[in-house]
Design a protein around this ligand. Sequence first.
Ligand SMILES: [Zn+2]
Length: 370
Amino acid sequence: MQIRDIASFIESWAPPSISWDRDNVGLLVGSPARKVRRVLVALDATPAVVREAVAVKADLIVTHHPLIFRPLERIDGDDRTGSLIGSLVRKGIALYAAHTNLDFTTGGVSALLAGRLGLKDVVPLSPLRDTQRKIVVFVPASHAGGVMQAMADAGAGVIGDYESCSFTSAGEGSFLPGAGTKPHSGRSGRLSRVKELRLEMEAPEWKVPAVLRAMRSVHPYEEVACDVYPLLKPADRYGMGAIGSLRGTVSLRDFLRKVERSLGSRGIRYSGSARGGIRKVAVCGGSGSDLTRAAVAAGADAFVTADVRYHGFQEHEAEIVLVDAGHYETEHPAVGAMARYLRTRPGIRRKNVKIHESKKGTNPVNYFRS
Ligand SMILES: [Zn+2]
């Protein structure tokens, strides 16, 4: 198995095209064609994680945070990033990052955090826009079922928890085959009219090429008439943050205790009082303060995120319980989830590629109590 194969498994869960436009995701160090036998998954590429990769003989480290984030002007062996890049190159270890694409995708960082807190009915807090496309294909009724199935198998037709969603309407198509064509029906040089179905399915933008390839592989026409339209509706499965509900209303004290225990937080900062108790909860793993307004607008009683500033706590004090449970703590569930995801890919199991979850990728932030 090559590094590019591992990348394509990751990208079918966390497509790079949905990442924040100033992010830096994908293979940051190494060659896609390199063979891989062992992978180490961690939140960050730190000196300890690189040493751990050497110890477990990993050929590839997969992290959430990109080691190279701002444009890199020089690789200075004396600074932290430069020396880490140097040791990765010297030891022949590749580095791959799935950052905001893993944040924004279905079942991503915030959904995993929501799951850890026991929330149900979880949906994106701030859905992404411009991700969905409508694919319209004109097909004879005899082949409509096969074409629909091929498109569904390639990832079209998913709406919420429903799969293979399609719509057909009947009509008549016309065509005049040119010289040298081999039309499925009709004859070259003669105008034909045929009964056709207009088959419509939705797909995320990054699946459109695969859906069109699959559709063409079973469509009987030499020249297929098909359209791809952008949809303006927000995505229902991709977005920033997540929101859901606890099974019952709990007091602020019980809620904070739940956050502390389920995330292993050793220090929680919060503002707000939630006199009516807490049931609806918004979350965003990592620095999600910018979503506080969205959490308030969605009617959340509490918003769990990290890196909240003093004025952020102050500004929203009367509107919501704003909880800073730590950057590492709110994102760490994604490390185990990525390791489990890779471990359970049939291709990875077949090739016996070992997936390790880092034990050395620890929180750089300590909490002091006298
Ligand atoms: Zn982060």
